[in-house]
Ligand binder design. Structure first.
Ligand SMILES: [Zn+2]
Length: 213
């Protein structure tokens, strides 16, 4: 019986590595050691439009980390068709401007996309938190990033609580960005970077568009 790692390497690694030149998915050794005979093979391209109704009606728990502040939380924020207010507030706090020390309302649609991406890949054994590199930004924080030469738009949707820069361990930016895009909730920026931690993606709930940064 194939391990999950062999499984993913075979199906995802080979198909996509050939055209982007990097492994798409790698699993942590702990998970790779597990056996799971009942796992369905992952599709070549993750597509949220293929999700069934069952996926969307189940209670939603999102696990997020803020590498910058060291916070981590697993939050049940949606149940029976409604956002749970206290949990929503907790997520707004987690997605706050860590530099500017300010919290703002985060678009629930953005939370849905981030949760959706995480829940989708969890079906294939990739159970990593969503790392929030940047969530809400005060105008001053956004301006500071621009001055430091860090990619940040002048009219950034981060300042409206409608954007987040994220990554999920073991998913490269091409796969994560493609998946987030397939939710059709807004814009997706692909930020390709080398190094062990790789790049990140920007997800927002503005106009549907993609770019590379
Ligand atoms: Zn961004």
């Amino acid at each position: 019986m194939a391990t999950r790692r062999q499984f993913l390497n075979k199906t995802l690694g080979l198909t996509a590595a050939s055209f982007i030149g990097a492994p798409l998915v790698g699993l942590a050794p702990a998970r790779a050691a597990q056996q799971d005979g009942g796992l369905a093979p992952p599709p070549d391209i993750f597509d949220a439009q293929a999700l069934d109704l069952e996926f969307w009606v189940k209670p939603r728990t999102i696990t997020v980390t803020r590498p910058q502040s060291g916070e981590k939380a697993s939050v049940l924020y949606w149940k029976d068709g409604e956002v749970i207010e206290s949990a929503y507030q907790q997520l707004c706090h987690l997605l706050r401007d860590v530099n500017g020390k300010e919290t703002a309302p985060i678009d629930p649609k953005l939370l849905e996309t981030l949760w959706g991406a995480q829940a989708f890949v969890a079906r294939y054994g990739i159970e990593s938190p969503v790392e929030i590199l940047s969530g809400y930004r005060t105008p001053a924080s956004n301006q500071r990033l621009r001055e430091q030469g860090i990619p940040a738009a002048r009219q950034s949707l981060h300042m409206e609580g409608k954007a987040a820069d994220v990554r999920i361990a073991n998913l490269n930016e091409e796969v994560l960005g493609g998946l987030v895009k397939s939710f059709r909730q807004g814009g997706v920026g692909f930020y390709y970077r080398g190094g062990p931690r790789g790049g990140w993606i920007h997800a927002d709930t503005g106009l549907k568009r993609t770019w590379k940064g």
